[in-house]
Design a protein around this ligand. Structure first.
Ligand code: NAD
Length: 349
């Protein structure tokens, strides 16, 4: 069965969806609406039917799914309009600017009985899938801290991302992906949110943030995004009660270290280390540690659309569910409140 996609906003990401669609059997992009003449021209050259009026696009366009990939502040407006025109909607992240906008979108999907989901494509990132698999398999035991970081060096926020009115800033931009990854991996309620936002090089919005989530079991997750970190920290760093994991970057270099089965006879005397005399921080004998490679994972962003099509054909549950999208948005709102109030927010999300 063939499904057709119409795109609202044929910029960097909208055109990426078009290019990527060839990897999804049964999906064909047919039409585009944009307000920029140059972007419409690019879509036309790519073989798509173009529209300069959104009503024409929704009434005459030959598609059953609409992708909304405009700047963030227009997501709700177009998504609701498309759902009221009885189209299924895939919305780019961040789904909306707040819970109240999101609830209007969810209501539109219910009232029109159409699909409404979000392109949380980073659920299929290889680095993330590796960490998720290690934790799900219990390879290093029970985690007590999970650190997820993305560090850039350029100190630049491109175009509308630098402006508050457009829903700019890193908590909305990268934060939303990383919160979604964390909540999709740790199946527990979030009980506390603490967040600090900085505007290091971008005056209007956050270009660095640090977000700490405490889960019900006590597990602590730290999510950090910086656009001006000239020395980068690893993408993932996890500590659990039987080992640790580092995934350095998106190329998925890294390793797992586990405590070996050898029973250690601890050195009773203080150890003279380069850092001074210490027992607690003295290096562990090498033979008491076991270094393991990261598991091999294959994962493709195209799987996102494969699931959307399978859902529309009644073959699978939708992967990115409205209840999950709402939880992520609740964490974002709690993050903004925490930064504003300079205190952590107790919650049950
Ligand atoms: P962009 O600026 O490259 O493209 C935005 C497009 O929307 C442009 O073609 C612009 O002309 C058009 N546009 C602007 N205002 C409009 C309006 N009122 N009506 C119709 N069209 C309008 O931005 P981008 O990087 O493509 O980002 C678009 C969306 O995709 C954002 O929500 C962003 O967060 C998201 N995104 C997601 C990922 C991901 O990995 N999932 C990656 C990048 C961007």
């Amino acid at each position: 069965m063939e499904h057709k996609l119409g795109i609202i906003g044929y910029g960097g990401m909208g055109s990426w969806h078009h290019r990527n669609s060839v990897k999804v059997p049964g999906l064909k992009v047919t039409g585009v609406f944009d307000i920029d003449e140059k972007r419409l021209q690019a879509a036309k050259e790519g073989g798509l039917t173009i529209y300069t009026d959104v009503k024409d696009f929704l009434e005459k366009g030959d598609f059953d799914i609409v992708l909304v990939s405009t700047p963030n502040n227009f997501h709700k407006y177009y998504a609701v309009m498309a759902m009221d025109a009885k189209k299924n909607v895939v919305c780019e992240k961040p789904v909306a600017l707040n819970i109240s906008e999101l609830d209007e979108m969810i209501a539109a999907s219910k009232r029109n009985n159409v699909l409404f989901t979000v392109h949380q494509n980073r659920r299929w990132d290889k680095d993330y899938r590796i960490v998720k698999k290690i934790l799900e398999d219990g390879t290093i035991g029970k985690p007590y801290t999970i650190e997820s970081r993305v560090h850039g060096q350029n100190g630049v926020m491109h175009g509308w991302r630098a402006y508050k009115v457009a829903g700019g800033g890193m908590l909305y931009d990268w934060g939303i992906h990383m919160i979604d990854q964390m909540l999709y991996m740790v199946k527990e309620p979030v009980t506390e949110v603490y967040c600090q936002l900085f505007s290091v090089k971008t005056p209007e919005v956050d270009d660095y943030f640090k977000l700490i989530l405490r889960f019900e079991s006590g597990l602590s997750a730290q999510i950090e995004v910086g656009t001006y970190c000239l020395e980068k920290m690893p993408r993932w760093y996890v500590n659990a009660d039987q080992g640790s994991v580092i995934v350095k970057d998106w190329s998925c270099e890294g390793k797992m270290t586990k405590a070996s089965q050898i029973v250690m006879e601890w050195e009773p005397e203080i150890v003279q280390t380069v850092g001074g005399p210490t027992r607690t921080m003295a290096p562990r004998p090498k033979e008491s540690l076991e270094e393991l490679p990261l598991p091999e994972i294959t994962s493709e962003w195209a799987e996102y659309y494969m699931n959307v099509l399978a859902y529309l054909e009644g073959r699978e549950e939708i992967n990115v569910k409205q209840s999950e999208i709402r939880r992520v948005m609740q964490v974002v709102e709690a993050g903004f409140s925490s930064d504003r109030l300079h205190q952590s927010i107790k919650c049950r999300i």
